[in-house]
Design a protein around this ligand. Structure first.
Ligand code: GLU
Length: 448
């Protein structure tokens, strides 16, 4: 069996760490099985969907390395949705309802006061043709509900194991609104069957939907005369480091924001691939290697904790691991040379931090001088250019001899004077980049 999966974002907003995890897992699963990854744009809601959001989603996915083999938008498939819904109407599986939003709210209130679950009472099924005509004559347009079996639907979820949704406990879903707009459910079921999707991988907020969708998919297979139910894998949702859900903060956790913040795509994919699995999170610049180790067997059911601090730590490790050639273009844009990068890469969290060290190496900084006499003595001992990796050791040795200081008392004031900072890259690597003239000037307390 060829694996065919889909990621199906609605272009009503940006993608963020929460929903991109589903994209990544679909992609990893497809790639691990030599399968197909389809990007489907769920844009039946034409009021809230925008081309701009769609373009952004595509750009974000490509930036992460999640390329697709096929893509289509639901808005190109209305003829198919019309065809299937006509057949479902003919079978009595899609029925017209004329309640207004207020009518439905009133019914739910009544159910609540009686301690009943707020499930739609199917009153519309009892409407006579004459009553329907009367509503139509009043100018009312129907919305259309799918008639569920009201029996338990069971499936073996690849993450959750045996799963049951009793469709007697859910309302018959509205598939088409009174203005004719298709809600996501029916188009999704038709597309999944027509595109021969083998696995639906998504967040567990869709578990109840799955029960309903399995019934609708069966009806679609019947109408189409062919097709097969996909398997399902519903993963747990992410929570924040504080243990709370991420929903309120998702705006700041968008992939676009992370890209603008200068994070590496590999840091994001390394983290999201392993969060919630039995495997440790580790920096993995090669996304195909993540695919090779992907397996639903390793995925747990507990909510996975997303901590931005982990993401930053991974980002630093990824940068450390990547060869200069992989970063050359971006570093060149920052004016950072290979020598400088090699000297400072152990001290950067984000690539752009290298530009700060560039300023330390070549720009003008305010040196921090704690002991003027000591610094002046050191200034006189700076060897002449060109400085090499060995120059630092020789220089420090001379300062030690001359001033009688050693250990931290020796190194710390030199670093403060030469870099203006408490901490940083190995001075042996930085010293030749700073050069003799700037080193002397800084040790004399001059801005250089
Ligand atoms: N457009 C739906 C969503 O974003 C897709 C859900 C699914 O994967 O079926 O929630």
């Amino acid at each position: 069996m060829t694996v065919i999966v889909r990621f199906a974002p609605s272009p009503t907003g940006k993608i963020h760490v929460g929903n991109v995890r589903a994209a990544l897992w679909n992609w990893l699963f497809a790639r691990s099985r030599g399968g197909k990854f389809i990007l489907r744009i769920d844009d039946t809601d034409q009021e809230r969907s925008t081309k701009e959001n769609e373009d952004r989603i595509r750009a974000d996915l490509l930036w992460l390395g999640l390329n697709w083999d096929e893509t289509f938008s639901q808005s190109s498939r209305f003829a198919d949705y019309e065809q299937v819904s006509a057949a479902l109407r003919a079978k009595g599986l899609l029925y017209p309802c004329y309640e207004t939003a207020e009518d439905l709210e009133r019914k739910r209130r009544l159910q609540r006061t009686r301690g009943l679950p707020p499930v739609y009472d199917r009153a519309a099924l009892a409407l006579s043709d004459a009553q329907k005509k009367a509503f139509e004559a009043e100018g009312r347009r129907p919305h259309w509900r799918f008639k569920l079996s009201q029996r338990p639907v069971k499936w073996h979820d690849l993450i959750r194991g045996e799963t049951v949704v009793d469709t007697a406990s859910v309302s018959d879903p509205v598939l088409i609104r009174e203005d004719g707009m298709y809600l996501y459910t029916l188009p999704s079921c038709i597309d999944d069957i027509d595109a021969k999707i083998t696995h639906v991988i998504r967040g567990e907020d869709h578990v109840t939907n799955a029960g309903v969708q399995i019934e609708i998919m069966k009806a679609v297979i019947d109408v189409r005369g062919a097709g097969k139910l996909p398997e399902f894998a519903h993963h747990s949702l992410l929570i924040g480091a504080d243990g709370l859900g991420l929903s309120k903060r998702l705006g700041s956790l968008s992939i676009e924001q992370m890209r603008e913040d200068g994070l590496e795509p590999a840091a994001i994919t390394s983290l999201l691939a392993k969060l919630g699995t039995a495997e440790p999170v580790a920096p993995q610049p090669d996304i195909m290697a993540l695919a090779q180790s992907f397996d639903f067997e390793k995925v747990g059911r507990a909510p996975a904790r997303f901590d931005e601090a982990d993401l930053l730590a991974l980002n630093a490790k990824i940068l450390h691991q990547l060869p200069y050639s992989a970063l050359e273009e971006r570093l060149a844009a920052l004016g950072v040379t290979e020598a400088l990068w090699e000297a400072v890469k152990g001290n950067v969290t984000k690539l752009a931090d290298a530009a700060d060290w560039k300023a330390v190496a070549y720009g003008a900084i305010d040196p921090v001088i704690e002991d003027q006499e000591f610094a002046a003595q050191a200034a006189a001992l700076v060897p002449d250019d060109p400085l090499s990796e060995q120059s630092w050791g020789a220089f420090v040795e001379r300062v030690k001899q001359k001033t009688g200081t050693k250990g931290k008392a020796l190194f710390h004031p030199l670093r403060l004077a030469l870099t203006g900072r408490e901490k940083g890259p190995e001075m042996a690597a930085l010293f030749p980049l700073i050069g003799a003239a700037r080193a002397r000037a800084r040790l004399k307390g001059e801005r250089a």
